[in-house]
Ligand binder design. Structure first.
Ligand SMILES: *Cc1c(COP(=O)(O)O)cnc(C)c1O
Length: 223
């Protein structure tokens, strides 16, 4: 049995949940306060179905089109789907129809279109603001310096309830610094949720207060 075979999916999930629980205990937190988001992007359907069979119910996707093809009505039953990749305004309608959570709100145009689309459809999607904590030019997200103003704009001008913040730290830097920064921004803006931590650093993220971790490779194997 290889680490990536469908039969090992349950073992992988068990191991990740175990590590989350251990990290939570060390930080004097409750493991139940940390949601495991299984990042299913680019994974074969058989592995995703194996993951569903384990009881995993929260999944992350980074592309609207790909997610639409994969998560038909049947598969979506009882599943919480999160968009963790960049969203173009012209895909907002599809995104609001498909996702329960959008974690990548990062510009006013998108905030406006999401507000409009939620009003039109009557569907409420939970929203996170993505912060580019490392200020990397190639990465999406508002810069840390713009975050307070942007969150206020989302709330006051567009009536959006910003539930939390999300970040993807630079690969070459200690993730903890970025997690701490995201937490500080969230605290001063009254954003309760923190989406941070991936396969390589989710235990660190738990120590720094993550309320959800986005794990792909460690659950499904390489993409
Ligand atoms: C792909 C992806 C992940 C998962 O990454 P792994 O290293 O495979 O765990 C998490 N967050 C975002 C935003 C991603 O695009």
């Amino acid at each position: 049995v290889t680490r990536t075979a469908p039969s090992s999916i349950a073992e992988n999930r068990h191991a990740v949940l175990d590590r989350i629980a251990t990290a939570a205990r060390a930080a004097e937190r409750k493991a139940d306060d940390i949601a495991l988001v299984a990042v299913s992007k680019q994974q074969p359907q058989e592995k995703i179905d194996a993951m569903l069979a384990t009881g995993q119910r929260v999944f992350g996707e980074n592309r609207v089109q790909e997610a639409m093809g994969r998560w038909d009505e049947g598969r979506r039953q009882g599943v919480e789907l999160r968009l963790i990749g960049p969203l173009q305004s012209n895909k907002a309608r599809e995104a609001v129809a498909l996702f329960d959570v959008i974690e990548t709100v990062d510009r006013e145009k998108l905030a406006a279109v999401l507000a409009e689309e939620m009003a039109r459809s009557g569907r409420i999607v939970r929203l996170y603001v993505q912060v580019n904590t490392g200020e990397e030019p190639q990465k999406a997200g508002v810069s840390p310096g713009e975050a307070d103003g942007f969150i206020a704009t989302c709330r006051e001008r567009y009536g959006l309830a910003i539930e939390g913040l999300m970040c993807i730290p630079p690969e070459a830097e200690p993730a903890g610094l970025h997690f701490a920064l995201l937490r500080k921004i969230a605290e001063r803006n009254g954003a309760a949720k923190l989406s941070m931590g991936m396969s390589g650093d989710y235990e660190t993220a738990v120590r720094f207060g993550a309320t959800s971790v986005r794990v792909g490779t460690a659950l499904f194997g390489a993409r």
